[in-house]
Write a protein that binds this ligand. Structure first.
Ligand code: 4AD
Ligand code: MG
Length: 432
């Protein structure tokens, strides 16, 4: 009996005959020899078939295979230094499972809209597969940090009666009883309740923002990990974020060398992030840097993409920008006791032009102060429970949210978030 193997673990079977169940993604025949590029989901390998070694029938079958035909291939595993995977398969048998004809995505160049319309097929290609693998490992690396540092996962609701991050991009739907409901923009407010119950918690799930902007960074549906911690204040919040990001990147470097290579990612830049301290600057210092670099940027405005790019190029490392003007940040952020016009919140900007990947802050825990924010922002009854958290056992607490897709774009070195998730939901894209 031939052993069933996967391409990822094929190194265990050198000189043995194995069965690979997969698909033909490319082939090349020249005279008496043929090369079958096979994939099985776990990886890619080249099968070699020589006319002189096999039956005429088998050689003809192999030669007639079309792209994306599903096949069960048997062969003997050979170590092959020149191969990307390190191995090759000397093909001894081919069983066609289903013939594919006219596969739309050919090895030639296709436009991005065409590829996006064929996203259900495009994800089979080596680069797209690598991104999805890295996405899975980024999630594992993040959770590994949190699970090993005393955090408990808690799942906040996705259907909510109120907004968490302002109303401009709120996604409204009709609830079963006819009331308006909103898809969650962030689980944070609920995670604050969870932190007062369990200490250190995190959520991981999809969030929704009806963003009208068509940029390389904005999605309508994106995933966030949101840790929230009781008795943690601003400075410690930043330390935890830094350790968390470093752990995740190290995890990916160690678990995805092949995929990073497929994407031709500069891993030295990522190792630098693991090994060096992240600079922390105030919003005010950031504005000064921008002005020195010739940007006509007034104090008190939010950064746009060119400003974030300028700042990250200046440091060439992830940089925390802290102490933002209270007016341009969320109602729940704790004012800085040294200057109440700014808040104890920080964004983490990723280097190489990627920009904001984390938004976080210390939260207001004082009842009276929160109550006055409610009046200023006219927060209605649907927020009563959140104010009550400041009434019953309130403590200083902090948290942050990391956007998964922007983080993946950075780690993978992609120029757009659309390739970071299987089926991106963008301003003009709901299909497939
Ligand atoms: O900065 P944001 O809006 O922060 C919050 O939602 C906080 N409640 C998080 C918290 O403290 N628990 O969003 C957090 C991150 C951003 O830094 C960004 O990475 C990502 O979520 N993000 C988006 N990613 C893709 N498309 C969008 N439209 C995004 N909006 C935010
Ligand atoms: Mg933000």
């Amino acid at each position: 009996m031939t052993t069933k193997a996967t391409i990822a673990t094929i190194g265990q079977y050198v000189d043995q005959e194995v069965l690979i169940e997969g698909w033909l993604w490319n082939k090349r025949f020249s005279g008496k020899i043929g090369f079958l590029n096979l994939r099985d989901g776990t990886g890619f390998i080249q099968g070699v078939i020589a006319k002189q070694d096999v039956s005429e029938e088998l050689f003809a079958t192999a030669k007639g295979l079309t792209q994306e035909t599903s096949v069960r291939v048997t062969g003997t595993v050979r170590a092959e230094e020149r191969a990307a995977s390190g191995y090759e398969l000397n093909v001894t048998g081919v069983e066609v499972v289903a013939v594919t004809q006219d596969y739309p995505i050919t090895p030639k160049e296709h436009g991005v809209d065409f590829l996006m319309d064929n996203r259900h097929l495009w994800i089979r290609s080596p680069r797209q597969r690598a991104v999805l693998k890295i996405r899975a490992e980024i999630i594992r690396g993040m959770r590994d940090y949190l699970d090993n540092n005393g955090f408990t996962q808690v799942d906040p609701p996705i259907l909510t009666p109120s907004s968490a991050e302002g109303t401009t991009n709120l996604f409204e739907i009709e609830y079963v009883n006819g009331e308006p409901a909103y898809l969650s923009q962030s689980g944070q407010l609920y995670m604050e309740a969870a932190a007062l119950a369990l200490g250190k918690v995190y959520s991981f799930g999809p969030t929704f923002r009806a963003e009208k902007s068509k940029t390389r960074k904005h999605m309508i549906e994106f995933w966030m990990i949101e840790p929230e911690m009781a008795y943690v204040e601003h400075a410690e919040n930043l330390q935890i974020q830094e350790a968390f990001v470093k752990h995740m990147i190290k995890w990916v470097l160690e678990h995805c060398p092949q995929e990073l290579k497929t994407l031709e990612r500069d891993t030295d830049a990522l190792w630098r992030v693991v090994n060096e301290k992240f600079p922390v600057i105030t919003y005010k210092e950031a504005v000064q840097i921008l002005q020195e670099k010739g940007h006509d940027f007034p104090y008190g405005e939010d950064f746009g993409a060119p400003h974030e790019t300028e700042l990250t190029n200046h440091f060439d490392l992830p940089v925390f920008v802290e102490k933002w003007p209270a007016d341009i940040k969320a109602f729940y952020m704790q004012p800085d006791p040294e200057d109440p016009s700014v808040v104890l919140g920080a964004d983490l900007l990723a280097p190489e032009g990627y920009g904001e990947i984390i938004g976080g802050s210390q939260r207001i825990h004082d009842y009276e102060l929160m109550k006055s924010r409610y009046e200023e922002h006219q927060l209605g009854e649907s927020y009563n429970w959140y104010l009550e958290l400041r009434q019953y056992g309130t403590v200083p607490h902090s948290g942050f949210g990391i956007g998964l897709e922007r983080t993946i774009a950075w780690i993978c070195g992609l120029d757009h978030v659309r390739e970071t998730i299987m089926m991106p939901r963008l301003l003009y894209r709901l299909y497939p």
